[in-house]
Design a protein around this ligand. Sequence first.
Ligand code: GCU
Length: 605
Amino acid sequence: MGYSEYDMWLQGGEGLPPEPCFAAGPSLPPEGFRLTQDAEGFRIESADEAGRMYGSYALQACLKLGKQPDGSVSAPAVPERILNHWDNLTGEVERGYSGKSLFFKDGELYYDPGRIKDYARLLSSAGINRVCLNNVNVTPLSARLITDKLPDLAELAAIFRPFHIKLIIAVDFGSPVLLGGLPTADPLDDRVIGWWAQAADRVYEAIPDLAGFLVKADSEFRDGPAAMGRTQADGANVLARAVKPHGGKIWWRCFVYNCEQDWRDTKTDRPKAAYDHFFPLDGSFDANVTLQIKHGPSDFQVREPNSPLLGAMKHTAQAMELQITQEYTGQQIDLYALAVQWEEILSAAVSGTRTMRSLIGEEIGAMAAVANTGNDANWTGHTLAQANLYAFGRLAWDPSLTAKEILSDWIGLTFGTEPALREPLLGMMLSSRGTYEKYTTPLGLCWMVNVHHHYGPSPEGYEFSKWGTYHRADHKAVGVDRTANGTGYIQQYHPFLQALYEDADRCPEELLLYFHRLSYDFKLKSGKTLLQHIYDTHFEGVEDVTDFMKTWESLKPLLPESAYAPVAVRLARQLENAKEWRDVINTYFFRKTGIPDSKGRHIYR
Ligand code: GCU
């Protein structure tokens, strides 16, 4: 197939390029493909239809990026690459920064079928093959997706199906009571077991290829088995057995912690919760249950260590959960290329010999992420945040990719490969995570955000609340001691990491205040005191954003106006945000300590 034929397909194609370039590749892995080029044109080999589709996208990307097919086999690291929407049936999106829901409005399924088709193509082109459309916080309205909304949902599933995307439904653990009128949702009660089995039969009759159910139970006021004296495994297994005859699965989230802690209580330590709840149950979950574990022990913070639960259970299927929507990471106002953070997460050690990356496709059999899309014209509010969705799909397919490779591809596919544009933009995106970290999360000190909405600084917003998120700063020191002498959280890690994290002199500096309580004059490797580091990074953060604005402005002639102007507006807002963080945090610590900035810059009193 020549370029012109290919161009025609690119303009109006239905997802697959013209037939002649396909070849059977029976020995290739499921969904995998091999792309080659010879005198006759391009060839896509695959063992199945999905591989043919992914190969077509890869060919399209090669052509746009001016790359030669290298003839190697490409196959996904994990069979399930899942997107979780947090959309409510009202049309609101929890933690959504890109408009309203693409799927729901006013209690009904409400969507533009053409747009959903584009969306399905968009997701599949990034490698995503499972999508949960509704929020894990299942409202009574959304709970009805598995009853009277099923015919409508089946129509939506049919739009995704040709793109090899299967739907997942988030269900309320309390459904037997809420929808079935039973007096209990106790997972060991025969009536409840029967109710779930019937519910699954009904759902699978409407959507036979549904991937399964997603459940947030015993978490942030959601119903769950613990309230009935049952274990998380009891809860997950009743659902697993209901969907099993249909080939379905259960994704059971591990975001279980005490969200009504008293700040005076210094023994309870929220990061310990997931491991404490789930590790002892290893081996008691049915085979079609996957535990969905947030990448860090806190809650999608800018900087936190990897969850010690990931990979720890040897007899339980696990998925890593990332958050693409920028709840704590700038809310699609501030620039934040998540690929950089995810590369760090995957590169981090889990023992003396293994990294998190090496667990993907082994102990960690699926990747999931919270969506950042909505009905805004550009899907993601901030145009450059499209790169985050793309990066998730690419990394779930191939965790060995670097942020640089992924972002470079994204820029090339979106704006073209002209180096005068690509290089500066790539530089800006690669440094964006570090910049946001500088003004929000010094040395792993989390949660200094405004309560509820989580944008902008409020150093003590969560300090006396019930959410278990404290930094306990006083005039001498800051941070929570999570060593063996403190809460003991570090002991949940592999001995190799325990040794590293326990010792403040060896602990990776970016995590120092996640694990340790340190005095403001603690000396960092740079020779600076901890306090001076906090001051410096907050000043630098503002300078970085000023540089982003200059870079973006310099790229104006090379960018479409539709991309240039809205991003410029957002960068200006980011600058305001960075200044607010700088001034609030620096003033906060100056007031606590009375120690001035060694460089004599202005800190408000
Ligand atoms: C965070 C977020 C909530 C969300 C929760 C979850 O706490 O703020 O909006 O419901 O995570 O992951 O379930």
